[in-house]
Design a protein around this ligand. Structure first.
Ligand code: GAR
Length: 194
């Protein structure tokens, strides 16, 4: 299985996948491409350290959303990608990319979907909303991507407690530890079933 990981930021989930691969925990899975929506994403340095080819495809370099999405699709197809993993990727995939890879795009979200998902719910915003709602627990979800934000079938989740005195930062940190376990494991199980 040829996997592309799409990133926009720190890339700690990318790192978890690459480390799982190097530890022999992802047999038959190769990360063949990392695509970043931002030139300054630290995730790019992580990819380079693991000798994974990278591409930067920034929206501002394209005249329209359509040409941007076409560049993304072209990059995936040129690399003969089978599976796309979104790992902190903050742009929405266009209908052509979703149609081409339908059922083969995974996303990790830092909450227990279907709660606390949807437009604007990313990164610290999610944890702020969880705390504001007075939730007793949170967690992370890996799901299959469809046309709606954070919406497709949920494949797996891990839970963490919300502790008294938690801030969005402390909660994010606790959830992220679980994300790093959940994403490689779910990717492996998903590929085994294909
Ligand atoms: C992760 O917490 C991921 O779940 C979240 O962004 C962070 C990326 O961290 N994704 C979303 O909020 C998507 N809606 P990373 O770049 O260190 O992997």
């Amino acid at each position: 299985m040829r996997v592309a990981v799409l990133v926009s930021g720190g890339g700690s989930n990318l790192e978890a996948i690459l480390q799982a691969k190097e530890a022999g925990e992802l047999p038959g899975i190769d990360v063949v491409l990392v695509i970043s929506s931002r030139l300054d994403a630290f995730a790019l340095q992580r990819a380079e350290r693991h000798q994974v080819p990278t591409a930067v495809i920034e929206r501002r370099a394209y005249e329209s959303e359509e040409t941007y999405q076409k560049a993304l699709l072209d990059a995936l197809m040129q690399a003969h990608v089978d599976i796309v993993c979104l790992a902190g990727y903050l742009r929405k995939l266009g209908p052509d990319v979703i149609a081409k890879y339908r059922g083969r795009i995974l996303n990790i979200h830092p909450a227990l979907l279907p709660k606390f998902g949807g437009p604007g719910m990313y990164g610290q915003h999610v944890h702020t909303a969880v705390l504001a709602a007075g939730e007793k627990e949170s967690g992370c979800s890996v799901h299959v991507v469809d046309e709606e934000f954070d919406h497709g079938p949920i494949l797996a989740q891990r839970r963490v407690p919300v502790r008294p005195g938690d801030t969005p930062e402390t909660l994010a940190e606790r959830v992220l530890v679980e994300e790093h376990k959940l994403y490689p494991k779910t990717l492996r199980e998903f590929c085994e079933k294909l």
